[in-house]
Write a protein that binds this ligand. Structure first.
Ligand SMILES: Nc1ncnc2c1ncn2[C@@H]1O[C@H](COP(=O)(O)OP(=O)(O)OP(=O)(O)O)[C@@H](O)[C@H]1O
Length: 616
């Protein structure tokens, strides 16, 4: 947990500084707006300081007039040169008051709009950067993090920063500047009375500080419970078939309910504490007002202060101290925002493991010669999955990788797509180490069809187009004719056209509204549009019913025609169809050759199991 979440505002400062430093370029881009906002802020504070003065003049004038002679109304006002009549003074003061209030409202509006706009612009850019960065982070990173937590950072944490800028940072800055300004004015007016007010201030800081820390600590507990809630909801809602088929509904509901109750209890405690703080502040303001009334009254009688000035004093007290009762709210929000900022900066500072080496060059179009040279690779240190793997696949050949579950076949595919890098040894395509090539140029030449192809909740057209590399180099979408071509190749065109909205049909999340065979054919179209010289089929036929199996098999056949193809399969027939078979066991090639050599003349007794059907 970031330090800022542990201690109130002072603990939040390093986090805020780090966040601001990280986003300084984005903030600098909005400097014009921020400057206008700051000018408006100072204007607003100055006008707030001016606001009670017309009233003070009126009171002094009335007191002077009524004190001298009630009947002298209309006569020159003593002590205020240039204003001949009390009525004129009243009109001027009233107009001034209206003018000050109207100008203040205008300045406050301008300030809020400028800061809100600048904040939103900065954070919208940060959010896009964060999302893009997450997409580039390595699989190892994503496997170690909960999706719900990452989603919360992209949405909730950015939202919290946005909210805190407008609803806490700006009012807090405004109030602090106002407080300082008012204090300067009252010191100039009567330093002795100002001193009396200043005595109440530390008392306020003491009570406020203690309660604020408590409120922040309770709110933190609430936020943690909310995070757990979000993670649980994201995970279970994303795995609805598992939830329902295992009848997990009530158990999950119970867990969700438990976390939910916790957020409620913490929420209620935080509300009670902040309501208590507000009331205590009210009492303190009352105390300060009482002191000023008592001492101020004496000062007026002694002639050291005019009644109007005493009114200004009292008004300042009310205006300055009232917002301080919201201090817990502001500091709480700012501490939360600092924690959110740190969570975002932490993510942005996480470097992807798989990146372009400084010497990496764009790959030319591959012929498709694949070589694994003494490859050692594991997911966890000290536990290699591939233990010195060697294999060569000639270009344009269809190769089957078979072997028991957990042997490392999918890991080979992952290395070939450069989702991961080997711990030792080399993966080469056309004789070039993948690490010497730029990621995009190498990955765009490998198409993958998995068993459970993930489709996005978008139109069928967009789902197919996702497969296309950036053909024009400027992000322009691929042409309609290519999408149709890919769909025809995948044997999907017919059923897509039969849908009411055709290619514009929006499919459910993860392709939930399509049958398994249909989903797979769209995934094949998505792979086809890549026009990649290397194709990986990882159990692409597993789990389909016999009716669709033939269609998908034909589509896969068309997809892989003339391309180097890696077929990872447990299905003997599919393996027999290959030019070459590599039998992988415990991270090594234990047998290689034509299907006949591997399956029909096995020298290794374990290979017998292969010839009997499926590889277990
Ligand atoms: N993301 C991961 N994190 C940690 N371990 C993993 C990960 N993926 C795979 N493994 C482990 O690595 C080993 C090899 O897995 P891999 O998926 O490459 O095998 P496979 O031969 O493709 O198996 P299957 O035929 O069941 O798909 C297994 O022991 C597996 O548990």
């Amino acid at each position: 947990m970031p330090a800022s979440a542990k201690r109130g505002l002072s603990g939040a400062l390093p986090g805020l500084r780090r966040t601001l430093h990280r986003f300084r370029h984005q903030v600098a881009a909005e400097r014009k707006l921020i400057l206008v906002g700051l000018l408006a802020l100072f204007a607003e504070v100055a006008l707030r300081l001016l606001e009670p003065w017309p009233l003070a003049y009126v009171i002094d004038a009335i007191v002077a007039a009524t004190g001298a002679d009630l009947a002298t109304r209309g006569a020159p006002v003593p002590g205020i040169p240039g204003v001949a009549h009390l009525t004129v003074l009243l009109i001027i003061c009233a107009a001034a008051l209206v003018g000050v209030v109207a100008l203040r409202a205008g300045a406050a509006y301008l300030m809020t709009v400028c800061f809100a706009l600048a904040g939103n612009r900065v954070l919208t850019r940060v959010r896009t950067e964060l999302y893009g960065h997450l997409n580039r982070l390595s699989l190892r990173f994503h496997e170690s993090r909960r999706t719900g937590d990452l989603v919360t950072r992209v949405t909730g944490d950015i939202g919290r920063l946005q909210e805190a800028t407008v609803t806490a940072a700006i009012p807090l800055a405004g109030n602090v500047i106002t407080l300082a300004g008012m204090f300067v004015v009252i010191v100039i007016m009567d330093w002795q009375l100002a001193l009396a007010v200043a005595v109440v201030f530390p008392l306020f800081l003491l009570i406020g500080g203690r309660l604020t820390r408590k409120i922040n600590s309770v709110s933190r507990g609430q936020r943690e419970a909310e995070g757990a809630l979000a993670s649980l909801a994201t995970e279970s809602l994303g795995a609805m078939p598992v939830v329902q088929s295992y009848a997990l509904e009530s158990r999950l509901e119970q867990r969700f309910g438990g976390s939910s109750e916790r957020t409620l209890a913490d929420g209620v405690r935080a509300k009670k504490l902040s309501a208590g703080l507000e009331r205590k502040t009210d009492v303190l303001v009352g105390l300060a007002t009482g002191v000023v009334l008592l001492l101020g009254g004496h000062r007026v009688l002694a002639g050291a202060l005019t009644p109007g000035e005493l009114t200004v004093f009292l008004t300042y007290l009310k205006t300055a101290f009232r917002p301080l009762r919201d201090i817990a709210k502001y500091t709480g929000r700012i501490a939360k925002a600092a924690a959110s900022g740190e969570r975002i900066v932490d993510l942005l500072d996480t470097r992807p493991e798989i990146v372009d080496a400084p010497w990496a060059r764009p790959a030319p179009r591959f012929r498709g010669l694949i070589e694994f040279r003494d490859v050692v690779f594991g997911y966890r240190p000290g536990r290699p999955v591939l233990k010195g793997l060697n294999l060569i696949i000639p270009p344009g050949r269809r190769v089957a990788l078979v072997g028991p579950s957990g042997a490392g076949k999918s890991s080979i595919a992952g290395l070939l797509s450069r989702l991961r890098d080997p711990d030792a040894g080399q993966v080469l395509i056309d004789g070039r180490d993948l690490r010497d090539l730029t990621l995009d140029s190498a990955r765009s030449q490998v198409a993958v069809v998995l068993q459970d192809s993930v489709l996005f909740a978008d139109t069928i057209r967009a789902n197919i187009a996702f497969g296309a590399p950036d053909v024009y180099g400027d992000g322009r979408p691929v042409g309609e004719e290519w999408i149709r071509w890919a769909a025809r190749l995948a044997g999907a065109d017919q059923f897509i056209q039969a849908l009411p909205q055709g290619y514009d049909t929006v499919i459910g999340e993860r392709g939930a509204t399509l049958s398994g065979g249909q989903r797979q054919r769209i995934a094949i179209a998505r792979a086809a549009i890549r026009n990649a010289p290397i194709v990986i089929l990882d159990e692409a036929m597993t789990g389909l019913d016999p009716g669709t199996e033939a269609e998908v098999a034909a589509a896969l056949r068309r997809l892989t025609e003339g391309r180097t193809t890696l077929v990872i399969t447990h299905d003997l027939d599919a393996a027999r169809d290959a030019d070459l078979v590599f039998w992988i066991d415990e991270g090594r090639v234990v047998r290689a050759g034509t299907p006949t050599a591997v399956f029909d003349h096995p020298t290794d007794p374990r290979a017998l199991s292969l010839s009997k059907g499926r590889v277990r």
